[in-house]
Design a protein around this ligand. Structure first.
Ligand SMILES: *Cc1c(COP(=O)(O)O)cnc(C)c1O
Length: 359
């Protein structure tokens, strides 16, 4: 008799690799998850209090989050039907996969990239095709042609700027992909306000493009869990057909609307962090560390010594960064987020000490 499969046996493929989780260590300086180092403007906190008072929490939220979607549509000068909101951009991606990918359908990611694209694809039962990036971490058109020659993916993921490498995707290559490929092309723009260009204009030309945005990084609201997708109205309508009813709570909807009134403050902070990013890159380069260019609020770098020792020594100094060295194609690499000016200085001084001591 064959052994009965236990009902308690979990789906191994649905597990997130243990090397992905960033340890939530209690430290003074947290530069590991690319959050904004700045707390919300005071006026915004007052708006949040008001939003709580006004939300009738005995009632279910607006199922279609119309007011929030309209506010986002106004922000992007598009139609409300082009906007889909969810609990973080991760839920947007999940809904997209549940809507368009059946078990065994192929999904393309280009590594190294944001781990959640492949993780959520696997949860959805997709069969993953892993494309490669070139030495500058960009995707060559040849690579896409090669993949499309031998497979029929439903979704191709891009990430611009790409996490964890920091570079933008090539405008030409994404445009060519949209032309060559009839499935859905996702461009995850979680960090786009830190970069030189975005792909939103292409929404007018291509109805198979989905742009993903989040309030977690540039808007400084990682704790809120709010993200959205911009797409053709037909794709957005499919997302509404699949997502669980009342998934986006009333407070998130109201607070998201309030946040959009503080765009100016957000942009000022982004400008400050871009300037500080330059100083951080200079500081790292002055230590003789290999630094990859960044269009984002984080920097990938490769010290001339064991990344594990660097990471552990920084934790001892109460500084947390991200150890990417066990991720495929990122041997020896660490990633640091741009913090406050003081945090960046403490990080640079500490790293210099660690490198000196190792000599
Ligand atoms: C941080 C990050 C997100 C944010 O996910 P949320 O669920 O919105 O918090 C999305 N995409 C990328 C590439 C990220 O690095």
């Amino acid at each position: 008799m064959t052994k009965k499969r236990s009902g308690l046996e979990s789906r191994k493929e649905a597990r997130l690799s243990s090397t992905y989780h960033s340890p939530q260590v209690d430290v003074d300086i947290r530069l590991n998850t690319n959050e904004s180092p700045y707390s919300a403007p005071l006026g915004f906190i007052e708006d949040v209090k008001k939003a709580i008072e006004d939300a009738s929490l005995n009632r279910y939220p607006d199922r279609n989050a119309v007011d929030l979607r309209q506010a986002i549509a106004d922000y992007h000068s598009c139609n409300v039907n082009n906007v889909f909101c969810a609990n973080g951009s991760n839920e947007v991606i999940q809904t997209l996969l549940f809507s368009f990918v059946s078990s065994g359908d192929e999904v393309v990611v280009f590594e190294p990239t944001y781990a959640l694209h492949s993780h959520i694809s696997k949860i959805a039962g997709a069969s993953l095709i892993v494309g490669e990036r070139n030495a500058n971490f960009q995707v060559d058109e040849d690579e896409i042609v090669k993949i499309l020659d031998r497979s029929e993916p439903k979704i191709i993921f891009f990430c611009s700027p790409n996490n964890p490498t920091g570079n933008l995707e090539s405008y030409e290559v994404v445009k060519r992909t949209l032309e060559m490929f009839s499935g859905i092309v996702v461009v995850d723009e979680a960090y786009v306000q830190f970069a030189e260009f975005n792909f939103v204009e292409l929404l007018k030309e291509y109805d198979n493009l989905v742009i993903i945005r989040t309030f977690s990084k540039t808007w400084g609201l990682a704790g809120l869990r709010l993200g959205y997708g911009l797409s053709s109205s037909s794709i957005a309508a499919e997302l509404f057909n699949t997502v669980l009813p009342y998934h986006l709570n009333s407070l998130t909807q109201r607070i998201g609307i309030a946040a959009l009134n503080y765009e100016q403050e957000m942009l000022e902070r982004v400008a400050l962090m871009k300037e500080d990013r330059g100083n951080l890159i200079n500081g790292l380069e002055n230590m003789g560390v290999e630094v990859f260019p960044s269009e984002s609020n984080f920097i990938l770098f490769r010290p001339n010594m064991s990344p594990k020792i660097v990471w552990e020594s920084l934790v001892k100094k109460s500084i947390l960064i991200r150890d990417c060295s066990s991720w495929p194609r990122l041997e020896g690499c660490l990633r640091v987020s741009v913090g406050t000016r003081l945090e960046n200085e403490v990080f640079l001084t500490s790293l210099a000490e660690i490198i000196d001591e190792s000599k």
